[in-house]
Design a protein around this ligand. Structure first.
Ligand code: GLU
Length: 449
C-alpha cells in the first residue's frame, strides 16, 4: 500500500468522548501501522456552534491519548475552496435552488409517512420556473441549495462492513448550502478529502448513508481520481445502551483523565470493545496498532463499561515502564536516582498513578509503625545489615532473623511489614527495603535488644 492519508474530523462543538476517541484512534493506528499521515480536520463550518476553545480542547485530548496530528486544518479558513467547488457543481447543472421552509419540509415528510412512503424530497425546487423563483424571492424567500443525485446504486467495498450498496433513489438530494450561504457538512468534507489527498475515510457507521452521496460528489468534483476507501466502524454505546454525546460531556476524555484513567487503557478499550480482539492492557500505541484491525469490528453495538475501564487502567499501569511515567511522577516530586526502582517496586500495587504518592510517604515519610511481636522485632533491629543494600538484602536479613528467633512464614514477615510500613499489605519488601534505607528502617523498629 502506498502511504495512506487519513483524517479525523470532529466538529468543535464540545469536548470529545470515548466514542470519538474510537474513531480518532482507528485512523491514527491505521496511519501508524502503514506509515501514513494523520490529518486533524476541524469541521467548524457552523460558526455559531463551533468554538475555538473546544478545538483546542480536542487537540489536548488527542495529545493525551498519544495522537499527534501531522497536520491541522480548519474548515472555517477554507470557504474559498468550497465556493469554487460549488461553482463547478453549478456549472455541471447539479445544484438547484429550493425555497421550502423547515415547516413546509416537515409537512411534506408527514404526508409521505401517512402514505407509508419514505421521506424523500420531491425535487419541487428543480421544477420551479424562473418566474416562480423570481416571485418567491420577491416575497422575501431566500433559497437553500441542493445537489441533484444521480438515481443510481452506489457501491463500495467497506473495509469494515464488506461490500456495501445504497440505492440513491431512496435518498433526498442533500442540501449543500443554507439560506445564509453557509455550508453544511457534506460538501466541505468531500472538497477537503480531495484537496488533502485523503486515501482512507475511517468513521462511525452513522455516516454510511453519507458515503453514497459523497461518492457521487467525489465523482463530480474529482472524476479522474480514485475515490477514497471507506471503513465504517460500529459506534460505542454506554453500558446501558445509550449513545454518547459530545454535548452532555458524558464519558469525555477530559473527565476520564481527571478521574485518573490511564490514556493507554482508554485507548485500548476505545478500539477493542465490540471487536473480535479481546480487551487487554497495552503499554504503547505501537503495541496496540499491531493488534487493531478495522475489519475485526463487529456489526453490533459496542457497549462500553466504565467499571471495566477502571480495572483495565490499573492493569495498564502495572505494565508501564518507568520512561512512560517519568514526567508524571516528577510532577509528584518523585524524582532522583531511586525513582525508577521506586516505580518498579510500587507499580503492581497501584490502582491509579496518584496512589504512588501514598507509597512514597510509606517509603520516605513519617509512618506509624505497628508493633506486633516486639521481641522478634528487637532481634531484627540488631541483625539489620550495614548498607549498601540491594534486592538481596531482605532475604539475607530475614534468613538471619529466622535463624535467631525461630519465627518463619507469616509470623516472621507480617510483624516486619507492619513495623516497616505501618500497613499489613503492600509492595514486595525485598524491593521496598533498599528504598526505605537503614536509617529509617532502624527508626521504625523497636530499639535493638
Ligand atoms: N464532522 C463529522 C462528524 O464529526 C465528520 C464525519 C466524517 O468523518 O466524514 O461526524
Amino acid at each position: 500500500m502506498t502511504a495512506p492519508v487519513v483524517r479525523f474530523a470532529p466538529s468543535p462543538t464540545g469536548r470529545i468522548h470515548i466514542g470519538n476517541a474510537r474513531t480518532a484512534l482507528f485512523n491514527w493506528l491505521f496511519a501508524k501501522k502503514h506509515g501514513g499521515r494523520f490529518v486533524l480536520r476541524f469541521d467548524d463550518t457552523d460558526l455559531e456552534r463551533s468554538r475555538r476553545e473546544y478545538a483546542d480542547g480536542i487537540e489536548t485530548d488527542l495529545n493525551w491519548l498519544g495522537v499527534e496530528p501531522d497536520m491541522i486544518v480548519r474548515q472555517s479558513e477554507r470557504f474559498a475552496l468550497y465556493d469554487d467547488a460549488m461553482e463547478r457543481l453549478r456549472a455541471q447543472g447539479r445544484i438547484y435552488a429550493c425555497y421550502e421552509t423547515q415547516e413546509e419540509l416537515d409537512r411534506k415528510r408527514k404526508r409521505l409517512a401517512a402514505r407509508g412512503l419514505p421521506p424523500v424530497y420531491d425535487r419541487a425546487g428543480l421544477n420551479l420556473t424562473q418566474d416562480e423563483r423570481d416571485q418567491l424571492e420577491a416575497s422575501g424567500r431566500k433559497p437553500h441549495w441542493r445537489f441533484q443525485l444521480e438515481r443510481t446504486i452506489v457501491e463500495w467495498d467497506d473495509l469494515s462492513r464488506g461490500p456495501s450498496r445504497i440505492d440513491c433513489a431512496s435518498l433526498s438530494d442533500p442540501v449543500m448550502a443554507r439560506e445564509d450561504g453557509t455550508y453544511l457538512y457534506t460538501l466541505p468534507s468531500v472538497v477537503d478529502d480531495v484537496a488533502l489527498g485523503v486515501t482512507h475515510i475511517i468513521r462511525g457507521e452513522d455516516h454510511v448513508t453519507n458515503t453514497a452521496v459523497q461518492l457521487q460528489l467525489f465523482a463530480a468534483l474529482a472524476p479522474d481520481a480514485a475515490p477514497p476507501t471507506f471503513a465504517h466502524h460500529n459506534l460505542l454505546a454506554s453500558a446501558s445502551g445509550e449513545g454518547l454525546s459530545k454535548r452532555t460531556g458524558s464519558l469525555s476524555l477530559a473527565s476520564l483523565r481527571d478521574a485518573g484513567m490511564e490514556a493507554m487503557a482508554v485507548a485500548s478499550i476505545a478500539v477493542l470493545t465490540g471487536s473480535s480482539d479481546s480487551v487487554q492492557p497495552f503499554a504503547s500505541l505501537d503495541e496496540l496498532a499491531a493488534v487493531v484491525d478495522i475489519s475485526h469490528v463487529s456489526h453490533h453495538a459496542a457497549r462500553f463499561d466504565e467499571a471495566e475501564l477502571a480495572m483495565l487502567s490499573a492493569r495498564t499501569l502495572h505494565l508501564l515502564p518507568f520512561e512512560a511515567v517519568r514526567e508524571r511522577l516528577a510532577a509528584f516530586e518523585i524524582v532522583g536516582h531511586n525513582a525508577e526502582a521506586f516505580w518498579l517496586a510500587v507499580r503492581p500495587n497501584l490502582t491509579k498513578l496518584s496512589d504512588a504518592q501514598d507509597w512514597r510517604r510509606v517509603v520516605e515519610g513519617e509512618i506509624t509503625p505497628v508493633i506486633e511481636d516486639e521481641e522478634m522485632l528487637r532481634a531484627a533491629a540488631a541483625l539489620l545489615p550495614e548498607e549498601p543494600w540491594d534486592a538481596g538484602t531482605w532475604r539475607a536479613w530475614t534468613d538471619a532473623v529466622k535463624a535467631q528467633t525461630g519465627r518463619k512464614g507469616k509470623a516472621l514477615f507480617h510483624p516486619l511489614r507492619l513495623a516497616l510500613t505501618g500497613l499489613d499489605k503492600g509492595p514486595e519488601l525485598a524491593a521496598l527495603l533498599p528504598l526505605i534505607g537503614r536509617v529509617r528502617a532502624l527508626a521504625r523498629l523497636p530499639a535493638a535488644g
